[in-house]
Design a binder for this molecule. Structure first.
Ligand SMILES: Cc1ncc(COP(=O)(O)O)c(C=O)c1O
Length: 373
């Protein structure tokens, strides 16, 4: 039995179509690596770091093996450790908080803005204590956090800022790409990201030479020369093959981001009459729409209707970090971060990728219009 186009699966993320579009270049990039055996720290790694730094208009990029590793090493390079507190938001992927915990520090959550989903800068100062060493604002769903006021507050209190840019490759704030507003930024190249590897991958970018050097040492056993170890480090290196794939895909990223923005504009225009709240993008920001997130009161019914129409959707994220079992030891309760918690019950992520077609979007829009109330 064949599935008709009208009923064919609309995946939440379509990695297959994107990989097909670059398959020949990826094959050509990988073949010499397979033939040479230069799997660890081959030339593609340095090439990628140079290109990605340029893309972010940053002085340095140091690659690592995931976004989580990038956050972890960024925190270490900023001198964050046991006894310190790091402010972040409770509506991120758990890795943001995990990295704080793994360096021995404590996450201090600050609630988010109901419209932008990013950290509420009006609530930031009240969360600062003697122990606060850093702030990790998350550029959630691809929209930059309000970096101007965040940097002003950080400066006033002598606090480091680590941008969690894992969902925001190429997003701009005040016309400049995210990544160099803070002291350092962490990016993820998890396959489903706007720039995705064929496995796990990540990087930090910074304009600070000491932070770049510290991360470079930490990601490779504290070593810049084989078998000489200046500090105790990790094995957090990026594989050469992943770097080669990222080199191919990075060339397409501006066009892919443009396509995501076009698709987002199409959803927003067509959903004006539906009983949903569409994304609100601040005037000085350009989102790269890693995710297209709406708010809908009867979410379960809409998700069910989408699923019955063979359309995948997601929730980012259904359980806020402060209510996760892993963070129960902190003693938070429901009600501690009301905006985050309210959003968690209403947010719904619709299919979003560069390759999404208008007819696929029309099918999604039709179901949402019909079932949202
Ligand atoms: C906001 C955010 N922070 C951190 C991470 C962690 O990145 P990775 O999965 O590459 O470790 C992700 C992605 O998964 C993310 O979306």
């Amino acid at each position: 039995m064949t599935t008709s186009i009208a009923n064919s699966l609309i995946p939440f993320v379509d990695l297959k179509t994107q990989m097909e579009s670059v398959a020949a270049d990826v094959d050509a990039a990988i073949k010499p690596i397979l033939a040479s055996g230069g799997f660890i720290m081959g030339p593609a790694v340095g090439e990628f770091e140079k290109s990605y730094a340029e893309f972010c208009r940053a002085k340095y990029c140091v690659s690592v093996h995931s976004g989580t590793a990038a956050l972890h090493l960024a925190l270490l390079a900023c001198g964050v450790g046991p006894g310190d507190e790091v402010i972040t938001q409770p509506n991120s992927f758990i890795a943001t908080a995990e990295a704080i915990s793994f360096v021995g520090a404590t996450p201090r959550f600050v609630d988010v803005d109901f419209e932008t989903y990013n950290i509420d800068v009006a609530k930031l100062e009240a969360a600062i204590t003697r122990r606060t060493k850093a702030i990790i604002p998350v550029h959630l769903y691809g929209q930059p956090a309000d970096m101007g006021p965040i940097m002003e507050i950080a400066k006033k209190y002598g606090i480091k800022v680590i941008e969690d840019a894992c969902q925001a490759h190429g997003a701009t704030y005040g016309g400049k790409p995210v990544g160099t507003y803070g002291d350092v930024a962490a990016f993820s190249f998890y396959p489903g990201k706007n720039l995705g590897a064929a496995g796990d991958a990540g990087a930090i970018v910074t304009n600070n030479p000491e932070i770049a050097e510290k991360v470079r040492l930490l990601r490779d056993h504290g070593s810049s020369k084989k078998y000489e170890h200046r500090i105790i480090g990790h094995n957090f290196r990026l594989d050469t093959i992943q770097a080669a794939i990222l080199n191919v895909k990075l060339k397409h990223l501006p066009a892919w981001n443009d396509a995501r923005r076009r698709n987002a504009a199409y959803y927003t225009e067509k959903l004006q009459e539906a009983a949903v709240v569409t994304p609100e993008i601040s005037g000085n920001c350009r989102s790269v729409f890693h995710l297209y997130v709406i708010q809908v009161d009867n979410r379960a019914a809409v998700q069910k209707a989408l699923s019955e129409a063979n359309i995948q959707s997601g929730i980012h994220y259904p359980i806020p970090i402060h209510l996760q079992e892993a963070y129960r030891f902190m003693g938070h309760r429901a009600g501690d971060f009301p905006v985050t918690e309210r959003l968690a019950g209403k947010i719904l992520s619709l299919p979003m990728y560069a390759e999404l077609t208008p007819s696929q979007q029309d099918r999604v829009i039709e179901i949402v219009q019909k079932h949202a109330d």
